[in-house]
Design a binder for this molecule. Structure first.
Ligand code: C5P
Length: 235
């Protein structure tokens, strides 16, 4: 895997035109384009096959964080798996390993990525959200479920990456959002951020970066700086 393959750009944009412009600027510089809810819903409602368009320039990660009764998730997964160029699809892990196993069966040739706990949640939020376990315990428990059920990987913050790696071994990909390069001081709504170098050294395989690239004056240059930082960390 090259350093650029490790970088996933979060296409959090409000429409297909902006997505196309960014795809033109970033194709070849980042390995994967992540299509999230906003772009997916908008382009679907407007009848634009944005996933098809983007997948001609880089692999697509469909970040829909599917969460519903298992049969519904399974059926949606099957539809996504039938589309060429989709590398990953995210599912929530909260329903446990039995449900996850059935999603994995439908995902191939795409990989199912299990979302552990969103990086916008902080450890202090857990009691108020009604959870009796710590955030870290919750992440580890869900990562183990993902590993047991054959998920391609998990999504977790850099702060849990090392513990997740320890808990699940090398077979599971660790995909880490909440990345802020040293030159980007704004964490936005992310509460558990980390630099690219630190996240890779903590065990992340892929880094998800959105706003630091999207909002940069020169997105291609910002992506390249992050790839260089990744190269240093893996090298
Ligand atoms: O702009 P920023 O770099 O914060 O983008 C982070 C991206 O990662 C967003 O698309 C967000 O939906 C996604 N994500 C996240 N936390 C997770 C899973 C995905 O921030 N646990």
């Amino acid at each position: 895997m090259t350093p650029a393959d490790r970088l996933i750009f979060a296409m959090d944009v409000d429409g297909a035109d902006r997505a196309r412009t960014l795809a033109d600027a970033l194709a070849g510089r980042v390995g994967i384009f992540k299509v999230g809810l906003e772009l997916f819903v908008r382009s679907s409602l407007e009848g634009v096959d944005i996933v098809g368009e983007l997948s001609s320039r880089a692999d697509v990660f469909l970040d829909l964080k599917l969460h519903d009764i298992p049969v519904t998730v399974r059926r949606a997964m099957k539809v996504a798996a039938g589309k060429k160029g989709i590398r990953f699809v995210t599912v929530h892990t909260g329903e446990g390993p039995e449900a996850l196993r059935t999603y994995v069966e439908e995902a191939a040739p795409a990989g199912a990525l299990g979302v552990t706990v969103l990086t916008s949640v902080s450890p202090d939020d857990m009691p108020g959200l009604g959870y009796a376990v710590s955030l870290e315990e919750m992440v580890l428990r869900r990562a183990r479920w993902a590993a047991q059920s054959g998920c391609a990987g998990v999504v977790c913050s850099g702060h849990e990456a090392a513990r997740v790696r320890e808990a699940v071994g090398d077979d599971l990909l660790i995909v880490t959002p909440g990345i802020r390069p040293a030159w980007q001081t704004d964490a936005h709504d992310q509460k558990r951020v980390m630099t690219p170098q630190k996240a890779i050294r903590a065990g992340a395989d892929h880094l998800v970066v959105g706003r630091p690239i999207r909002d940069a004056k020169n997105p291609a240059e910002a992506a390249q700086r992050i790839v260089d930082e990744i190269a240093k960390a893996v090298g």
